[in-house]
Design a protein around this ligand. Sequence first.
Ligand SMILES: [Ca+2]
Ligand SMILES: [Ca+2]
Ligand SMILES: [Ca+2]
Ligand SMILES: [Ca+2]
Length: 348
Amino acid sequence: MRKASCIAACLTVLAVSQAFADRQPYFGSQEPPKEAKKAAAPATTPGPVIQQGGDNVGSATVIPAIPFGDAGTTIGYVNDYTAPCAFAGSTNAPDVVYSYYAEVDQCVDVSLCESSFDTIVMVVDAALTVIACNDDADCDLSLRSRVEGVSLAAGQQYYIIVDGWSTNAGEYVLEVTECPPPCEVTCPPGSLPEGEPNCGIPDSYNGGCNSTPNVFTSLVCNDEGVLVCGTYGAEGGTRDTDWYEIVMDAPGVITACVNGQYPSAVAILLPNCPVTAADVLDFQFGPECVAVCATANVGAGTYRIFVGTDGFDGFPCLGTYSLRIGGYNCPPVGVEAANWSGVKSIFR
Ligand SMILES: [Ca+2]
Ligand SMILES: [Ca+2]
Ligand SMILES: [Ca+2]
Ligand SMILES: [Ca+2]
């Protein structure tokens, strides 16, 4: 469908549409099936090479220290390595290699996000056992690769392999950095514990529209804001989803903010199962340790707050999140009723 004459423009359109497609509201507990890969981007002409990885572990370019950045090309190199994480097992691309000797225990992130083709990245140990591998990460450019939180042990040799999906090759940009400090979430004092047993996988506690029968955690109004201390996680394509229900006595603006130890998704929904696009009043997502807030201007009635990890794997059970719901105010104390009985008593 794309023509060779519009490579740069088409690449941009592809990247944007893919990123947007990834961000449609989705409330399932199961990871949706992956779309087939789009047509691979044609390789571009290599630019000036700063250094360049070696062809294999024997001729690997040494990374002297982290952080480390480099750029180069895989065009013209030999396909020495295959990637166990390649989409549909397609892994016949040329690759280049960097080596790194860890002096101390270290956690590293390795990114090929700025590369010009459909990359794959691998980290292997001295025995060439793959300890981290990614084909398509959530980079700004689609189909690029990144691994995060890779643990390296003191005194061990490692190799970083820059590879491509299928037979793709081209210019790459490699960035190796130390992991950011771990995110720790503590719930404010006075928070209501969510109370979900196990990991919510499977979820018969508050899985909302994902549970059979549908089940929700009802929350009581609070003029000062409702604070919930929840747990969530995602493993092997399944995530815990937490569905809360509130009943607005009067029109108002609801805010639901999640600050979680994992990337989080939060939504304000109309009380329907299954959830259709028309039921989504707001849907937001964001990284760990950041308040991610959904907002909706609503009438009186029942609404649902959805909380889940923004992802379906790699988030160990019982991660913590803090949920704050604002605008869920309680009805005024029965002033009219009291007055009415008072009025009646006058005429008794
Ligand atoms: Ca390869
Ligand atoms: Ca890829
Ligand atoms: Ca939960
Ligand atoms: Ca749940």
